[in-house]
Design a protein around this ligand. Structure first.
Ligand SMILES: [Zn+2]
Length: 194
């Protein structure tokens, strides 16, 4: 999604190689929405659009084609978006859920903490935390002028959307490992519930 957040697509590939996506579920993987930004190591796409603010206006062709694809898919039990934060020194994640189970997100946080510090502070990236390292932001799409992917997914495709944020200043292998482990924990916890 953001071309200067390389641990995300690399971690998704590693998760595939490590068998995170097993045969107990059907998986829909979108490894790279912003290839022109990725090749330029920049957040926006080549024409300067932040794709993760475009899911309401649908200006960018990448987002339009992603949305067109999504409309052909069933609802998802769980949706996870992988991002990085260059201002953070620790892992944190966002949770949008219509049925909050605090234990679920705490398991993810504990897993990530084996590889990275958990981002400290009452406010992270301008948003108040719900508990350390976990942000449950305003989820009413009507109150959002610019929709990120997660808001779109929560509005149209899933009752449970997570966004992982790994800290860019930390070592790449740790960011990848934390993402894979957190993804694995989220998927396993979800499959054990259902
Ligand atoms: Zn991002």
């Amino acid at each position: 999604m953001h071309g200067d957040e390389p641990a995300a697509p690399v971690a998704l590939l590693a998760a595939c190689q490590q068998g995170v996506f097993d045969d107990r579920a059907t998986w829909f993987l979108v490894p790279m929405i912003n290839p022109t930004g990725f090749s330029r190591h920049q957040r926006d796409n080549a024409t300067g659009i932040d794709l993760n603010r475009d899911y309401l206006s649908l200006k960018a062709p990448e987002v339009r084609s992603h949305v067109a694809w999504l409309r052909r898919q069933p609802r998802f039990d769980l949706a996870v978006c992988l991002h990085e934060d260059w201002e953070a020194v620790g892992f944190y994640h966002y949770e949008l859920s219509r049925q909050i189970d605090p234990g679920f997100s705490r398991q993810i946080r504990a897993t990530a903490a084996e590889y990275l510090p958990i981002e400290a502070g009452e406010v992270i990236d301008g948003r108040p935390v719900d508990e350390p390292g976990i942000i449950r932001p305003e989820s009413d799409p009507a109150l959002r002028e610019h929709w990120p992917e997660a808001i779109y997914l929560f509005r149209h495709h899933s009752d449970h959307c997570l966004t992982f944020e790994t800290p860019s200043p930390q070592a790449m292998p740790d960011r990848i490992a934390a993402n894979v482990a957190a993804l694995s924990t989220a998927c396993r916890a979800y499959l054990d519930l259902s």
